[in-house]
Design a protein around this ligand. Structure first.
Ligand SMILES: Nc1ncnc2c1ncn2[C@@H]1O[C@H](COP(=O)(O)OP(=O)(O)OP(=O)(O)O)[C@@H](O)[C@H]1O
Ligand SMILES: [Mg+2]
Length: 306
């Protein structure tokens, strides 16, 4: 096992002057990522995806629980942690310094870590993300959105990390470019572990082997993608597949109703207001249920399985 999150909660407390009660962006979540495994985190806007991504690269600290990389608490590593886990952000413009050339953007992390054979590495990663040689010495601001994201991915790959965390890496791009970047992730996925964060069911199920369904800061289901597509266990998974968009992956037929952030973050199941099986019991979040399947296991948090 490479990465393990154990009983993680992340609360935001508001500003110093305007202290509010804590808002739990993530609540008691646990999962693991194996070596070279690709895991999709699927969730609506506000479900806690970015918080989760930032947690794995130590940009956010857990309020409760611990995160381990190779069995060691991630906050016990020094700066070498940034060599092991790197992140690709939604908007490549924010990840790239416009004054840098493509080459410099990819070389910088190697310089920071004092790595020697830089020329060879930069050439190799730029080639692996299909950036043509004629672009290598162009400034990053002169690139298209898709090219920028390729360079940001090359930069994340430069230190040969054990894990890449990509937070909605395609959602700032035009659809056709988004699909090209998706193909790139499919090509790169078994070279290291990958956490692919998305709100898009179609894209998410194309990249990951395992899917984690997040809503209101809670994990509702963890399943191999194949099994999830055949038969989601959680009623929210059923809702997601029934409402798959027809014409565009950015639209969908149905939307969650009456889901205020505050009610999503109470002690109950965040899907219950929209759930056909809503019951008194659902005011309390259910314990985990493990279902064995051929190639591993599925985990679901729903009272109908208890
Ligand atoms: N720094 C912060 N302070 C207070 N609340 C925050 C902070 N960052 C995030 N939140 C809240 O935590 C919840 C989860 O936010 P997060 O950005 O992790 O969600 P997300 O799933 O990435 O959403 P999106 O799809 O819109 O990117 C949201 O309700 C958000 O408003
Ligand atoms: Mg986000």
């Amino acid at each position: 096992m490479l990465l393990e999150l154990k009983n993680i909660s992340v609360a935001y407390f508001g500003s110093f002057l305007f202290k509010r009660k804590p808002f739990f962006a993530l609540k008691n979540i646990s999962f693991s990522v194996n070596y070279r495994e690709s895991v999709t985190i699927l969730g609506e806007s506000g479900s806690g995806k970015t918080t989760l991504g930032r947690l794995t690269v130590r940009l956010v600290k857990p309020t409760e629980g611990k995160v381990f990389l190779k069995g060691r608490n991630i906050f016990s590593y020094g700066k070498e942690y940034t060599r092991k886990v790197s992140m690709v952000f939604q908007n490549p413009r924010e990840a790239l310094n416009p004054r840098y050339s493509v080459w410099e953007a990819v070389e910088e992390p190697l310089l920071v870590h004092g790595i020697k054979n830089r020329k060879e590495i930069v050439e190799k990663v730029l080639t692996s993300v299909d950036i043509e040689e004629k672009l290598w010495f162009r400034k990053t601001y002169q690139l298209s959105g898709g090219q920028k994201q390729r360079v940001a991915i090359a930069r994340a790959l430069a230190l040969n990390p054990l894990l890449i965390v990509a937070d909605e890496p395609t959602s700032a791009l035009d659809l056709s470019v988004a699909y090209e970047i998706l193909e790139l992730f499919k090509k790169l996925k078994h070279k290291q572990s990958l956490i692919f964060i998305t709100h898009d069911v179609r894209m998410g199920t194309k990249v990951g082997e395992k899917i984690i369904i997040l809503l209101g800061g809670r994990i509702l289901e963890i399943s191999p993608v194949k099994e999830f597509l055949e038969k989601p266990l959680h009623p929210y998974g059923v809702f997601l597949l029934n409402n798959l968009p027809v014409e565009s992956p950015y639209k969908r037929k149905g939307n969650l109703k009456g889901m205020e952030l505050e009610t999503l973050r109470d002690e109950g199941c965040p899907f219950r207001i929209n759930c056909p099986y809503n019951h008194e019991k659902c005011k309390l979040f259910p314990p985990e249920r493990i279902v064995k399947v051929e190639n591993g296991e599925r985990r679901v948090w729903c009272w109908i399985y208890i």
